[in-house]
Write a protein of this length. Sequence first.
Length: 365
Amino acid sequence: MTRELTVDDLVYAGIALAAGLVAAFLLRMLLRWLGRHAESTRWRGDDVIVDALRMIVPWAAVAGGAASAAAALPLTRTVQHTVNQVLTVLVIFAATVAVARVVAGLVRSVTQSRSGVAGSATIFMNITRILVLAIGFLVALQTLGISIAPLLTALGVGGLAVALALQDTLANLFAGIHILASKTVQPGDYIRLSSGEEGYVEDINWRQTTVRELSNNLVVIPNGQLAKTNMTNFMRPEQQLTILVQVGVSYDSDLEHVERVTTEVVAEVMKEITGAVPEHEPAVRFHTFGDSRIGFTVILGVGEFSDQYRIKHEFIKRLHRRYREEGIRIPSPTRTVALQQGTVVIPQQRGTELEPDDMTITRPL
């Protein structure tokens, strides 16, 4: 010490330290009040910023009180310098963690603000968090008087060795970054791979992509494999899509009547079923003279890929009921079998229902 410690020094140091603690408590209460108001806003960024300030501001107040208390004590220059360095490193650490939270939270809010099934691209969150923490660590070392130039050189050489050892991991990392940057796949999209896996993209992290199937099972796909495979994205360039339903009616049907009834059913389904597209224009297209029926395609509009099953289910039920009411017949394939003594002759299919007279038995005279 530069001089002897007195009671006044202890009193001043205690007052400074207590003032720092009281200021930290009051600031934390104020930020908690601000946090409740931030939750009522639509923008999630203010929640992230207030949450980060709740960490750094109280610690800064405590560090300031401790620094004032140390200044009030008759400490030597070496001790005073050491105390100041420790407190500075503490503040830098708190600020680094707070900034990492802010950046990661803003990235999360941006990814969750998109339409579709919510998901977060944690690959960007993890990268930004690691970068901020690494910068804060280097600043803390520099504050302590440790030269970071040799450390950066060692990290460069060691990074090359690590890159050679972790080729697959780095390939998945850069594949995930490329997938997100190209915007071919985003969290919330419904995709189908050429290998058969399909579902909603839940998350794309530094190594793998998580896909949730309609059965609620999770499929984990390495990013490198996802970047190489053929893939269909059912939500790009737009989320709405059309589905085709194949129908057939008998040859004796009035096709104009069939088209009008089918169009009415399509319009009804589009307006009443959840997930359909009300502004979709009904479309019926005849295309085939089949063995037993005239085939045509009905085009339905759906708002999202998973809605097609419910819409198709309701459409088939209502179309079947309406056809029965209108007397429109949907024939099933039938065959007429002519039996002769010692032989069986099977003619081609006919588009008529099987009647008792359709079975002919002939005997030689």
